[in-house]
Write a protein that binds this ligand. Structure first.
Ligand SMILES: C[S@@+](CC[C@H](N)C(=O)[O-])C[C@H]1O[C@@H](n2cnc3c(N)ncnc32)[C@H](O)[C@@H]1O
Length: 231
């Protein structure tokens, strides 16, 4: 709530006090929501700054409720306000086909709670979050990254792949790489060892090998794959 007048401050105090003593207290307190540590957020900013030397927009495949989208876009407001930012998400969690592939081809347990995460979400919640944060450059594509179609001319300098499982990570890498400008880079989250979402690391390893390119791991879990600049 804006508190730029005495009345607004009074209302803010009233609402917060009521919330604090209600069963909704949980929603009224500041809570660190990122799935990235401060060091990892710093690394993401450094990678955005490196990527923006190449032409094209920014992309995030797997944006959930928009926490990292809001964070990165506040940075883009300062450093390159004219570029667009595309997000792709089912806005309902993992597809049955992706989970089935983890179980049948990767030996995971079908009843793992990790496969039922991210279902409490919607495109409307994401849009409202962007609006609340004054972010207006985000284009939203709702759907499975394996089947979405992008306008042919769309190019990117940076892509964050954060869909956790093997199959959607492969699909996101193929989609974004085909649109990535030379000099641009892709970041794949959850590339740490021994993690329930180890499909993202496998997807990156296989994709980098197929391209004949090295990848690096930044800040413990961010896999980075760069498209060589044209000499
Ligand atoms: C770890 S969350 C993303 C977190 C977000 N990047 C952040 O930092 O706040 C993973 C997201 O991937 C989405 N997702 C999973 N499978 C997908 C698919 N096949 N296509 C598109 N989105 C998918 C889920 O709906 C979920 O919102």
């Amino acid at each position: 709530m804006a508190t730029d007048s005495a009345f607004a401050t009074f209302l803010d105090r009233l609402a917060r006090t009521a919330l604090f003593y209600s069963p909704l207290r949980h929603f009224s307190l500041y809570r660190y929501r990122y799935a990235f540590s401060p060091t990892q957020l710093g690394a993401l900013i450094a990678l955005v700054d490196e990527a923006r030397r190449a032409p094209g927009d920014f992309a995030e495949v797997g944006c959930y409720r928009g926490y990292t989208t809001a964070f990165l876009n506040r940075h883009l407001d300062e450093v390159c306000p004219d570029r667009r930012y595309l997000v792709i998400d089912t806005f309902g969690g993992f597809t049955p086909a992706s989970v089935n592939a983890e179980v049948t081809a990767r030996g995971k347990r079908a009843d793992d709670r990790a496969f039922r995460k991210f279902t409490v979400n919607s495109r409307r919640v994401f849009e409202a979050t962007m609006q609340l944060n004054g972010i207006h450059r985000v284009d939203i594509v709702a759907g499975d990254v394996a089947t979405v179609a992008l306008p042919p001319a769309r190019r990117f300098c940076f892509g964050l792949v954060d869909v956790d499982l093997y199959a959607p990570s492969v699909a996101a890498l193929n989609l974004l790489w085909s649109r990535l400008s030379p000099g641009g880079l892709l970041v794949v989250d959850d590339c740490q060892a021994n993690h329930v979402y180890d499909g993202s690391r496998q997807a990156l390893e296989e994709f980098a090998r197929a391209q004949g390119l090295p990848f690096e791991i930044r800040a413990s879990k961010l896999g980075v794959l760069r498209k060589p600049a044209v000499p």
